[in-house]
Design a protein around this ligand. Structure first.
Ligand code: TRP
Length: 331
């Protein structure tokens, strides 16, 4: 049997996950786990590049793992783990830092954005963030990295650094490819539909958090910004209504054409209420499973432990190869 290709991806436990993360990343992973050898990580070390409240970081790490599982990621099929539990990430990141140029890191748009946003805390970790991300991916010899379009530049850098290293020392790392699903719909902010929905939006009405309660979900979607028209039609320039059509399509499985037909002559208000109910109904079972998992910390910890030991087994192989190649002594 041909070996399955390997995928790696991760999410930071640094804020409430939104329905954008759910539809764009997690739902996609749920499908991929069937066909790929899948490794999914809660990247808590990356979260530290922005100041965190320790107790909240800890809680969110459990929550992120519980969300993965509640959404259908199966710890029996995938390796699910927390980044800081596998020390190889920090170790390889250091090495890769020595093969990544200051100029390359300076060009990263995420660095530029985040340093503008956190001007009082432009720390070295924020700058070298992509080296840690490259380490995450390269340690596991991942073939594909399912990410959003905003991470494309980091994947390109990972490839460049891996190629550079392979060029100097011979084949060491698999050169990964970004895997940005074609049909993935970008979910936009509900308050400003020209911007991506973001968990770090200061306006909480801009996003629906995956864990928002039913009433909040319904209120936020009913209040979503739309243009002054009234027809539920997907069209250029109608960012607000297009976004709601996309959200409805993702949760209901209906196509845009079917949705336009369903709401013909019904008006925005009626449509928004339907979107709100559908999203709330779809998330209800995820919430129930999430609550059950969060009440069972020993189970979540057993998943973390198992995942960490599987991940460590794979990561350590790559790391010792790298240590040997760069000329570290082995005892
Ligand atoms: N940087 C990614 C993000 O902000 C998260 C991440 C960290 C990641 N390490 C990764 C994604 C490795 C994919 C692979 O979304």
């Amino acid at each position: 049997m041909e070996e399955k290709k390997r995928i790696f991806s991760g999410i930071q436990p640094s804020g409430a996950l939104t329905i954008g993360n759910y539809l764009g990343a997690i739902q996609n992973w749920v499908k991929l786990q069937e066909d790929y050898q899948s490794i999914f990580c809660v990247v808590d070390m990356h979260a530290l590049t922005v100041r965190q409240v320790p107790a909240e970081l800890r809680r969110r790490t459990y929550e992120t793992l519980a969300i993965y599982i509640a959404s259908g990621i199966d710890p029996e099929k995938c390796t699910l783990f927390v980044q800081s539990h596998v020390p190889c990430h920090a170790e390889l990141a250091w090495i890769l830092n020595c093969y990544t140029m200051f100029g390359e890191l300076s060009r990263m748009t995420q660095f530029k954005d985040k340093s503008a946003k956190h001007a009082d805390n432009v720390n070295a970790g924020l700058f070298t963030y992509p080296s840690l991300m490259a380490a995450d991916i390269l340690l596991y010899q991942a073939d594909l990295v399912p990410v959003g379009i905003d991470q494309k530049q980091h994947i390109e850098l990972t490839r460049d650094v891996a190629e550079r290293f392979n060029g100097i020392y011979g084949q060491t790392f698999t050169i990964p490819e970004g895997f940005i699903p074609e049909n993935s719909k970008k979910i936009m902010s509900l308050s400003d539909p020209t911007k991506k929905m973001s968990k770090s939006d200061e306006n909480p009405n801009g996003f629906v958090a995956l864990l928002d309660d039913r009433d909040t979900i319904i209120r936020k979607l009913k209040r979503a910004t739309t243009d002054s028209g009234s027809e539920v039609v997907f069209a250029e320039g109608k960012d607000g209504i297009n976004n709601l059509i996309n959200i409805y399509s993702c949760f209901s499985g209906k196509t845009i054409k079917e949705i336009e037909r369903e709401f013909e002559g019904k008006g925005y208000g009626f449509f928004k209420a339907a979107v709100a109910e559908t999203v709330a109904d779809s998330l209800a079972p995820v919430h129930a499973e999430f609550d059950r998992l969060m009440a069972d910390k020993p189970y979540l910890e057993s998943v973390m432990k198992n995942g960490a030991s599987q991940a460590f087994g794979m990561a350590r192989k790559t790391l010792s190869k790298v240590y040997r190649k760069v000329g570290f002594t082995q005892i």
